[in-house]
Design a protein around this ligand. Structure first.
Ligand code: SF4
Length: 164
């Protein structure tokens, strides 16, 4: 399936409760031949406004860590495990993840990245595709707030750069 078609399906999706409180779906963005995919938990308020992933505070922090490690954000495909904003930016619930994760599976199957970085415990629930390396790290919104978590996040991205 072409990703344009998938994006249309996501925008029209009513498979869980999250579409109801959203202004825009956030399917994800990046090159369709990306070697690395980043997967967060859920879009936040600014992502909901713009329909784009990681454009709010956590996204700016992520951009800084990427730039510090010489990783060009434009080369990555960036998405979330659920494609609509959650109430009060809470973690997505198990039934919401179960409803939405087939879209992520299709994205991984189409893009065929070498590495998928799962950011945050909700993202860690993503099913694993054969032949793809999965890296679990913390979520940037936690990393930007707590020094100990930030250290792990920064180390994981430094290690990622070496494997890219
Ligand atoms: S979060 Fe996912 S499953 Fe739920 S309505 Fe949005 S696109 Fe559909």
């Amino acid at each position: 399936m072409a990703l344009d078609e998938l994006n249309e399906q996501i925008r029209a999706c009513r498979k869980c409760r999250l579409w109801w409180g959203a202004k825009n779906a956030v399917p994800g963005e990046g090159p369709l031949n990306a070697n690395v995919m980043l997967v967060g938990q859920n879009p936040g308020a600014e992502e909901d406004e713009t329909g784009r992933p990681f454009v709010g505070r956590a996204g700016k922090f992520l951009n800084k860590v990427l730039a510090h490690n010489g990783i060009d954000r434009q080369t990555l495909f960036i998405t979330n495990i659920v494609k609509h904003v959650t109430p009060e930016n809470r973690k997505p619930l198990p039934d919401e993840i179960a409803a939405c994760v087939p879209y992520l599976v299709t994205q991984v199957n189409e893009i065929k990245p070498k590495i998928v970085v799962l950011m945050g415990t909700a993202a860690w629930k993503a099913p694993r595709a054969e032949g793809v390396e999965y890296v679990e790290t913390v979520h940037p919104s936690a990393a930007m707030r707590f020094a100990k978590i930030r250290k792990r996040f920064e180390e994981d991205f430094a290690a990622l750069k070496k494997r890219m």
